[in-house]
Write a protein that binds this ligand. Sequence first.
Ligand code: RB5
Length: 150
Amino acid sequence: MKITIASDHAGYDLRQKVIAHLLEAGHEVIDGGATSADVPFNYVEAGQKVAEDVLSGKADRGIAICGTGIGISIVVNKYKGIRCGLCTNEYMARMSRQHNDANVLAFGARVVGQALAFAMVDDFLSESFAGERHQVRVNDIKRQEERLFK
Ligand code: RB5
């Protein structure tokens, strides 16, 4: 799968580890965001990169990391067509796919450790959308986007 991943400075170190994990699993990676943990990089710009890569079709899925995951998840969820789950455990990562058909996973590098981040990423990339009643709800989200996004 082709994965776009970006972070601010707070997510830089964990992002490097997640990238190595993705490459080892055979995924293609588009890397963006902070170039160092020591130089401040705005999570807004990092989130924009992830959302735009997914919406343009450059990537199949996105991974967005900042300190808490909150700021960057807000940014990507402002895009029409992005469904980002801000997750703190594997159950949430699995459900974000099964129930919400999430196309972006967000988490906080100051919230989750490496092992949990890897587990969430693996679940997010392997789980499928369950459809049926959940499709009805995702369709409702899409209708809401049509109504509210100008
Ligand atoms: C950066 O210090 C921090 O504000 C950012 O990484 C994130 O947690 C924002 O939501």
